[in-house]
Design a protein around this ligand. Structure first.
Ligand code: C2G
Length: 455
């Protein structure tokens, strides 16, 4: 019996795939098809896959051409499989010509002519393209515009920025305006990174015009406003998604899964620090510049709320404000008390500290080095260092492209594909609201920088 093996993603299975499988089968008596796991596809840069692994396996099985179906999960697995299954022939389409010659040491390698004129990515893009408007200012806007290019079915269609900074459009001929209404006319969805004080009005306007929204966190400054906007989005069948790109970084996402599997036992403490010494531009009114609680608070609270929930018993905040009226903090420390755990969050745009994430448990702890919020690496550490594990997951584009893929998927499926639960977003707005209300806000003042009092 001649055994043949071939591998693929087989997303949105089409006749090009079917022809490949038919010819692969004709090479021998028994065909094994390796379907790639979601994580393996992401790791090798295929991030737009539409169907789940089970859906793709079912589609291959339905062709009736595979005698056996396995899952391809890691780099180098092909060699293991060829040996384990006693395979005589490896085959794949000619778009991979030469890439698998190293397998000749283990079996015959045959490249079959690729079927021209069809591909999964073309099928994905044929669906209606989502035209995205970018709203706000700063480098993040340019990053998001660049990352759109990696996402099938998404196109940066316009920019709304104060003063209509034309240079943001780069070489593309896209609308650049400082009039939000004009932008809304031209797009299906918006990404908002304007100052949080503008979010409510901009998000509401977009939803009322039937536009989907991806908004930097805090989405709004009051929890009740967030609940109202969520209801509005739901009533209109629209997506309102929180844009904390860290949630989409592969290493961070895998870290959460490992923790939830109990790898360090019961979590007792989550300690998070995010700082960046960014001198606030004095020419800008403080109310126009992101303060520390808004710039860093959401991402710092993300692991706390995703691991310990938003049902804390108490939350106490201490801030170093340099402008009371604008509630401009250069440093804020937040302590959360839970029935079975504690968490501490330190954020600051006017101080420098070690931007690490440490999650402590009853069997060990996880250490994520600075800058943890865009990490591709973390360690699981135990009492016996010999048991320590180092985990590395490549991160492209700080997680933005994966976030945009989730946003487009949510729009297409009419159901949230967001990695951030609404409860987490609501929890973040609740803390931000408490900060601005100032009720339980304890204050410290720098000796060198007196705090400007109420206007
Ligand atoms: N294919 C083809 N003609 C097309 C599209 C795809 O012959 N128009 C072939 C590919 O060459 C591949 C198989 O169909 O052999 C599955 O293609 P994909 O699902 O795109 O997966 P791909 O990542 O190309 O698979 O490690 C090997 C890779 O996983 C190969």
């Amino acid at each position: 019996m001649i055994k043949v093996i071939t591998y693929g993603t087989y997303d949105l299975l089409h006749h090009g795939h079917r022809r490949l499988l038919e010819r692969a089968r004709a090479l021998g008596d028994y065909l094994i098809v390796g379907v790639t796991a979601d994580g393996f596809d992401r790791a090798r840069g295929k991030l737009n896959v539409q169907q789940s692994l089970l859906e793709r396996i079912a589609a291959v099985r339905a062709t009736g051409l595979a005698d056996e179906i396995i899952v391809e999960e890691y780099e180098g697995q092909k060699i293991d499989d060829i040996r384990r299954y006693g395979v005589q022939i490896f085959t794949v389409g000619s778009d991979w010509m030469g890439k698998f010659d190293y397998l000749r040491e283990y079996c015959e390698v045959i490249y079959l002519p690729r079927t021209e004129g069809i591909s999964s990515s073309a099928l994905r893009t044929e669906r209606r393209m989502v035209r995205l408007g970018l709203v706000g200012e700063g480098r993040v806007l340019s990053k998001y515009k660049r990352e759109c290019a990696f996402v099938n079915g998404l196109q940066a269609a316009g920019i709304c920025t104060p003063g209509g900074q034309a240079e943001l459009s780069g070489e593309e001929d896209i609308l650049v305006t400082d009039r939000y209404e004009e932008l809304l006319e031209q797009v299906d969805a918006v990404y908002i990174v304007s100052h949080p004080s503008r979010h409510f009005q901009q998000v509401e306007a977009a939803l009322r015009r039937g536009r989907h929204v991806l908004c930097e966190s805090p989405v709004v400054l009051r929890e009740a406003e967030y609940r109202a906007l969520s209801r509005l989005a739901e009533e209109r069948g629209l997506v309102l998604m929180d844009a904390i790109k860290t949630a989409y970084a592969t290493a961070y996402y895998r870290l959460l899964l490992l923790l939830k599997s109990g790898c360090i036992g019961e979590i007792v403490s989550v300690d998070v620090t995010c700082t960046s010494l960014k001198v606030t531009p004095d020419h800008r009114p403080r109310g126009e510049v992101w303060n520390s609680i808004c710039a860093w608070g959401p991402v710092a609270m993300l692991p706390v709320f995703q691991l310990l929930s938003t049902d804390y018993l108490d939350c106490s905040m201490t801030s170093c404000l340099i402008d009371e009226a604008a509630r401009f903090d250069i440093y804020t420390k937040i302590d959360f008390l839970y029935p079975h755990a504690t968490a501490s969050v330190k954020v600051g745009k006017g101080i420098k500290s070690e931007g690490e994430l440490i999650i402590s448990g009853t069997k060990g702890y996880i250490y994520v080095p600075a800058p943890w919020w865009k990490t591709d690496y973390f360690e699981i550490r135990y009492e016996n260092p010999a048991e320590n594990r180092r985990c590395f997951y490549p991160l492209e584009g700080e997680g933005i492209r994966y976030e945009l893929v989730s946003f487009v998927r949510s729009i297409e499926r009419g159901a949230s594909d967001s990695y951030i639960d609404q409860a987490v977003t609501a929890g973040i707005t609740r803390v931000v609201e408490a900060f601005y209300s100032g009720e339980k806000l304890r204050r410290i003042c720098l000796k060198s920088v007196p705090c400007r009092q109420e206007a």
